[in-house]
Design a protein around this ligand. Structure first.
Ligand code: Z5A
Length: 211
C-alpha cells in the first residue's frame, strides 16, 4: 500500500483553516481517497491534554511554550499522523510546525536555532507534502473569530503588533519554502478560497481540479 499524503493548513486566527479543512476533506473523499482531519495543538489524547494547558493557562516562558507545542506534536505524530500515513490515509492537519515558527519564533522571539533543534527531535525529518497558508489581515480574521461568539483564547488576546509579526512570519516561511507552501488569499469568500486551494492541489499534488 502506498503511504498517504500530508497536507497542512496554516494562517492567523479566523483565516478560515477549519472551514477549508472540511471542504478539502470532502473533496478528497469525493475523489475516493481515504482522509483524516486533525488539528494542533491536539489531535491525540495526550496532545489534547497539553492543548488545554497551552490555551487556557496563564502566560508561559516562550521557550517553555515551544517545548510544549513540540511535545504535543511528537505525541500527535506517534499516535495519529504517522499510523494514518502508513495506512495510506491522506492527513489534513489544521496547523502544524509552521504555527510554532510563526507564533513562538516570529511572534514571541524564540530563536530559530531552538526551533530547529526541537523540530529535529519531534519530527525526525517528517515534513508536509503541501502547506496551504491562508493569508488575511489580523483585524479581519479577528473580527470573524469574534463574530462566532466563543471566548477568546490566550493567543487571541495578544496585541495587534504580535498578530502582525505572526502574519509576516507565515509569509516569510512560505517565501523561503515555495515548493512546499502555497499562499492563498484568506480574505476572499470561502468558495473562492477553495477554488484556489483546489488549483494548488492540482498543480502540486496532481489531483483533478473538479469542483
Ligand atoms: N498555536 C501556537 O501558538 N503555536 C503552535 O505551534 C500551534 C498553535 C499549533 C490554537 O487555536 C492557537 O494556538 C492559535 C495559535 C496557537 N491561536 N490563535 N490565534 P485554534 O486552533 O483553536 O484556533 P485558530 O487556529 O485561531 O482557529 P480559528 O480561530 O477557529 O480560525 P480558522 O480555523 O482559521 O477559521 P474558521 O473556523 O474556518 O473560520 C472562522 C469564522 O470565519 C467562522 O465563523 C467561519 O464561518 C468564517 N469564515 C471562514 N472562512 C471564511 C471566508 N472565506 N469568508 C468569510 N467568513 C469565513
Amino acid at each position: 500500500m502506498s503511504t498517504g499524503r500530508f497536507i497542512t493548513l496554516e494562517g492567523g486566527e479566523g483565516a478560515g483553516k477549519s472551514t477549508q479543512a472540511r471542504l478539502l476533506a470532502r473533496h478528497l473523499a469525493d475523489l475516493g481517497l481515504p482522509v483524516l482531519v486533525t488539528r494542533e495543538p491536539g489531535g491525540s489524547p495526550g496532545a489534547e491534554a497539553i492543548r488545554r494547558v497551552l490555551l487556557e493557562g496563564q502566560g508561559l516562558d516562550p521557550v517553555a511554550e515551544a517545548l510544549l507545542m513540540f511535545a504535543a506534536r511528537r505525541d500527535h505524530l506517534a499516535a495519529t499522523i504517522r499510523p494514518a500515513l502508513a495506512a495510506g490515509i491522506w492527513v489534513i492537519c489544521d496547523r502544524f510546525a509552521d504555527s510554532t515558527r510563526a507564533y513562538q519564533c516570529f511572534g514571541q522571539g524564540v530563536p530559530g536555532e531552538v526551533f530547529g533543534r526541537l523540530s529535529d527531535i519531534a519530527l525526525e525529518g517528517l515534513a508536509p507534502d503541501l502547506t496551504l497558508v491562508l493569508d488575511i489581515a489580523p483585524d479581519a480574521g479577528m473580527a470573524r473569530a469574534k463574530a462566532r461568539g466563543v471566548a477568546a483564547d490566550r493567543y487571541e488576546r495578544l496585541d495587534a503588533a504580535f498578530h502582525a509579526r505572526v502574519r509576516a512570519g507565515f509569509l516569510a516561511i512560505a517565501a523561503a519554502e515555495p515548493a512546499r507552501c502555497a499562499v492563498l488569499d484568506g480574505a476572499a469568500p470561502p468558495e473562492a478560497v477553495f477554488a484556489s486551494l483546489r488549483a494548488a492541489l492540482a498543480q502540486r499534488l496532481g489531483l483533478p481540479d473538479a469542483a
